[in-house]
Write a protein that binds this ligand. Structure first.
Ligand code: ADP
Length: 684
């Protein structure tokens, strides 16, 4: 191939424009992925370009454009050199190397966020050394060496590569996506797809525009000459892209009720891919139609992929396979047959186009699927679930992001419960601003919690003072009241006969009030003892404690003719005095709140590492709505005339049990007896 110098210049400019498409892919793909994977995607886009250019120089160019072996593969021009400055060959090589890079980089977007970097490089090698270049020979070899590849000899036309570049990349992407499977959590159990966040849609949009500019060189350079065809080719290219964007936008708006970002971006690309095969041989209205249908085909392919639960992160397969296939078929439907120069009728041309599409599918998809599947068995192409969770930026490249640092510190705080830690602040970034705000929230939380702590301590001190006061007051009142009661007894015994009726009545009132005060003061004393003067908790034989309680209650039991029975009672961790107090309160209530002869049964069972005591009586019962409030201080359900009492007994029981780390509750029906339960720690 010998080119005029103007053509060489044009080809070099176009090569630069096609190179710009790499930047476009990089922005698009890293913008459309989550920030924890963006660095990985960007690096894959740069790395695959390097690999594909080196391989294309060594092997690919020769296989694709070398002297043809029966139209199947090229056999010369390996490790090509430019013969001391031959401009045509160098320009042609440069332009084609950019094409190879483009085909290769299509895959990275589809397999983003879960494919190993090394696995991706394997795909890049396979694609640029073998899959792309051999198919390229079959379709395009004559451009350089005059003799066409076997597909071309059958009339297959693909002007700038809807199939040769885009579908090849897309089919390999599909194979790789199938082998590695969808991202974790992408599809629910019922197959519903989940939308993941994208780190930077504006950057992805810039990527699409860069790709669009690159396409001017991609299609415009495919004439290899700066001739009068070039302007219409570029105009058709732009019309196709614009129509693809408009149709996908309109359809998605109609379907989802919103101008969907994917539709806008991928619609334009689908339109561009669709006209790539035919832009040299169509009129403007056809470019609009082909591009528009391309946008629709892209949307249909995307929903098919979702239905089959194939995860393509950026929509590379719908754009490059869907629209690529359509654009290649459209050659036969819309192109001016004379311009194609194949000499075929329209139906025959359609047959050739379909043959090309089918061969591309079998070859690109088939070879890569089998190869990747075999490799995956020995060397998994997918990262571990843990790495996927962490994000490939950190897992694969050790590259942290501010967001990752922020989340790591937050995670540490949550797990260690260390709220004194502060997250790192990266100035002049969005994440940095969040970190500053988060630290401020933590500061004010710490201050509030310190204040709360201070109040709690103050409250605790006041509570202690009050309890001490209750203890001292009840203790000091106890003795004088006893004396008042004794003198009343004395007065009654010695002088009762001499008193008139009114004085006797006054005397009775004094005695009963003194008795009531005595009970109240006893309860108060017990309560303050429980709260502040508890003895150490030790192993206690609860049966022994229960027996001595019965002795203490002897008079009450005797008077009421109560029948008290009990099962075996175990050894528990308890303060002996307080356990006795507990039994005493519950037993005296069981006897007191009964209309006939009281029958009380006490038992204990071991459950889940603790002892559950039960005190069951046949008394008047407690209505269920009061099952909780009877444990509140001073809560009484009856008047003092009906059942004398102070409303302190059960509150004392609750305190005692809580001090032992247990619980107390009641199971009772009104008028049908009650069963009190309480738990105590077991002794092994
Ligand atoms: P007091 O017996 O001095 O009133 P408690 O705190 O011991 O105070 O009991 C609170 C209330 O719970 C009692 O007034 C009574 O209404 C109810 N109660 C307690 N034990 C029983 C029981 N075994 N049967 C029926 N009601 C009870």
């Amino acid at each position: 191939m010998i080119l005029q110098i103007a053509d060489v210049a044009w080809l070099v400019v176009c090569a630069a424009l096609v190179f710009l498409m790499q930047a476009g892919f990089l922005c698009l793909e890293s913008g459309m992925t989550r920030s924890k994977n963006s660095i990985n995607v960007a690096l894959k886009n740069v790395a695959d370009f390097g690999i594909s250019v080196v391989l294309f120089w060594g092997i690919g160019f020769g296989l694709m454009f070398g002297a043809s072996q029966n139209g199947w593969l090229g056999t010369t021009h390996f490790f090509v050199s430019f013969n001391g400055g031959e401009p045509s060959l160098a320009a042609f090589f440069l332009f084609q190397a950019m094409f190879c890079g483009t085909a290769t980089t299509i895959v990275s977007g589809a397999v983003a966020e879960r494919m190993r970097f090394s696995g991706y490089l394997v795909v890049a090698v396979l694609l640029s050394a073998l899959v792309y270049t051999l198919f390229g020979h079959w379709a395009w070899a004559s451009v350089f060496n005059g003799r066409g590849g076997w597909l071309q000899q059958r009339g297959f036309v693909d002007f700038a590569g809807s199939t040769v570049v885009h579908s090849v990349g897309g089919w390999v992407a599909l194979a790789a996506a199938l082998v590695i499977g969808p991202r974790r959590g992408k599809f629910g159990a019922d197959g519903t797809p989940r939308r993941f966040g994208r780190q930077n849609v504006p950057m992805a949009s810039l990527g699409v525009l860069l790709l669009w500019i690159g396409w001017f060189g991609f299609n415009g350079g495919s004439t290899f000459h700066m001739n009068d065809q070039v302007p219409s080719i570029i105009a058709n290219t732009t019309l196709g892209g614009a129509a693809g964007m408009v149709s996908a936008l309109a359809l998605a708006w109609w379907k989802y009720g919103r101008p969907d970002a994917n539709a806008v971006l991928n619609g334009a690309l689908a339109g561009l891919v669709s006209v790539t095969a035919n832009c040299h041989a169509i009129e403007a209205p056809a470019a609009i139609l082909i591009g528009g249908i391309g946008g629709a085909v892209m949307l249909i392919t995307a929903s098919l992929l979702e239905r089959f639960q194939i995860d393509d992160v950026v929509g590379a397969i719908p754009v490059h396979v869907g629209a690529g296939v359509w654009g290649t078929v459209a050659v036969a439907l819309f192109a001016d047959l004379n311009s194609l120069g194949t000499g075929l009728t329209r139906p025959a041309q359609l047959g050739s186009q379909l043959l090309g599409v089918a061969v591309c599918c079998c070859w690109a998809f088939g070879v890569s699927y089998v190869t990747l599947k075999l490799i995956d068995r020995r060397f998994p192409l997918r990262v571990s679930a843990e790495d996927e969770e962490k994000g490939l930026n950190v897992a694969e490249h050790g590259e942290s992001t501010e967001l990752f640092d922020l989340l790591t510190t937050m995670n540490l705080q949550t797990r260690a419960g260390n709220w004194n830690l502060r997250v790192p602040v990266e100035p002049f970034t969005e994440v940095g601003e969040i970190a500053v705000m988060y630290n401020q929230v933590l500061d004010s939380l710490s201050r509030a919690s310190e204040e709360k702590q201070k109040y709690a301590e103050k409250l605790e001190r006041s509570n202690q003072d009050l309890t001490d006061f209750a203890f001292i007051a009840s203790h000091d009142l106890h003795a004088p009241l006893r004396r008042v009661r004794s003198f009343c007894n004395l007065l009654q015994q010695r002088y009762r006969e001499t008193l008139d009726e009114e004085a006797k009545e006054f005397m009775d009132i004094i005695v009963s009030e003194a008795d009531a005060m005595q009970v109240l003061i006893d309860d108060l004393l017990n309560f303050s003892r429980v709260t502040s003067h508890g003895k150490p908790i030790a192993s206690t034989d609860s049966e022994q404690v229960f027996d001595s309680t019965l002795q203490r209650l002897h008079a009450t039991i005797h008077e009421s003719e109560a029948q008290i029975t009990h099962g075996p009672l175990p050894t528990v961790h308890a303060d002996t005095t307080q356990l006795g107090q507990l039994f005493q309160n519950l037993l005296s209530n069981a006897i007191k709140y009964c209309r006939g002869q009281p029958r009380v049964h006490v038992s204990a069972t071991s459950q889940n590492g603790e002892i559950v005591f039960s005190v069951r009586d046949n008394g008047i019962g407690v209505p269920p709505e009061h099952a909780e409030d009877i444990f509140f201080m001073l809560k009484r359900l009856h008047s003092a005339d009906e059942y004398p009492g102070t409303g302190v007994g059960l509150a004392i029981c609750k305190r005692i049990i809580e001090r032992h780390g247990g619980r107390i509750w009641i199971d009772s029906m009104h008028e049908q007896g009650s069963e009190f339960f309480f738990t105590m720690p077991i002794v092994e």
